[in-house]
Design a protein around this ligand. Structure first.
Ligand SMILES: Nc1ncnc2c1ncn2[C@@H]1O[C@H](COP(=O)(O)OP(=O)(O)OP(=O)(O)O)[C@@H](O)[C@H]1O
Length: 225
């Protein structure tokens, strides 16, 4: 699903990430951790083809990111749902329309998809908030809406960048449960987080592996978390 072979990334200064060798298989559940500024968001961007490695090879769904044309990029991106760290929404659009934006953009606003939208809003517990505008939402509601928007196109891979930032423990458990349910439905999940308690809680429920970024390298952490 994702293959990184000796990948490095630099924004122009020295290398931020170096010598990454990693294969993510369908159905895997990973956490990605490391200090602030270590490169977690950058790593996720390499995983969804938003960034091209400055050295080495990244293959997404079998295709080399360097040689993908625009159509291949678009097809690949459709298979990946991203929950961005800042949960940006269009403030003038109701929550349901914000969640449905990926459908609107890809011209898939048919009846079946509208039914899926309702189901999805119930799944994240936001059915009653469908008409609310983004500025009226709580932090937890925003995070759940961002997750719903990321999965509305039914992606194979879900990448979540600090999906439980700015929410209390109870809400972070609820979000975690949604991500675990997605994984049980067969989706591959990668979650970037600082929250070691969240990782411990997940490990009791799902077979999760932990990647740690340290000194520019991405390494699989041991079981001693
Ligand atoms: N577009 C960019 N241009 C230049 N430098 C960047 C760019 N994006 C990120 N960086 C730098 O790369 C480093 C890693 O950033 P990144 O956001 O990947 O880290 P992170 O581990 O996700 O951090 P955090 O936990 O604080 O979100 C930081 O020093 C950041 O300032």
């Amino acid at each position: 699903m994702i293959e990184l072979n000796n990948v490095a990334y630099s924004y122009g200064g020295g290398e931020l990430l170096s010598e990454i060798d990693l294969t993510i298989q369908p159905g895997d559940f990973y956490f990605l951790t490391g200090p602030s500024g270590a490169g977690k968001t950058t790593f996720l961007k390499l995983c969804y083809g938003d960034l091209t490695p400055t050295a080495g090879e990244a293959r997404l769904f079998g295709q080399d990111v360097r040689t993908m044309d625009r159509d291949a990029h678009a097809m690949t991106r459709r298979r990946i749902g991203v929950v961005h760290q800042d949960c940006d929404f269009l403030d003038h659009l109701p929550l349901a329309d914000n969640v449905a934006l990926p459908l609107t953009v890809s011209d898939r606003n048919d009846l079946e998809q509208v039914a899926n939208l309702k189901e999805l809003l119930s799944w994240v517990g936001l059915k009653q908030r469908a008409k609310a505008l983004p500025p009226e939402l709580s932090g937890g509601e925003r995070q759940r809406a961002a997750l719903a928007r990321a999965v509305i196109m039914s992606p194979d891979l879900v990448l979540a960048d600090e999906p439980t930032g700015n929410v209390d423990w109870e809400m972070s458990q609820r979000l975690l449960q949604l991500l675990i349910e997605l994984n049980k439905m067969g989706k591959t999940v990668i979650i970037a987080t600082h929250d070691m308690n969240l990782i411990r809680a997940a490990k009791a429920k799902v077979q999760a592996r932990v990647l740690r970024i340290a000194n520019r390298h991405v390494q699989l952490a041991g079981a001693d978390l």
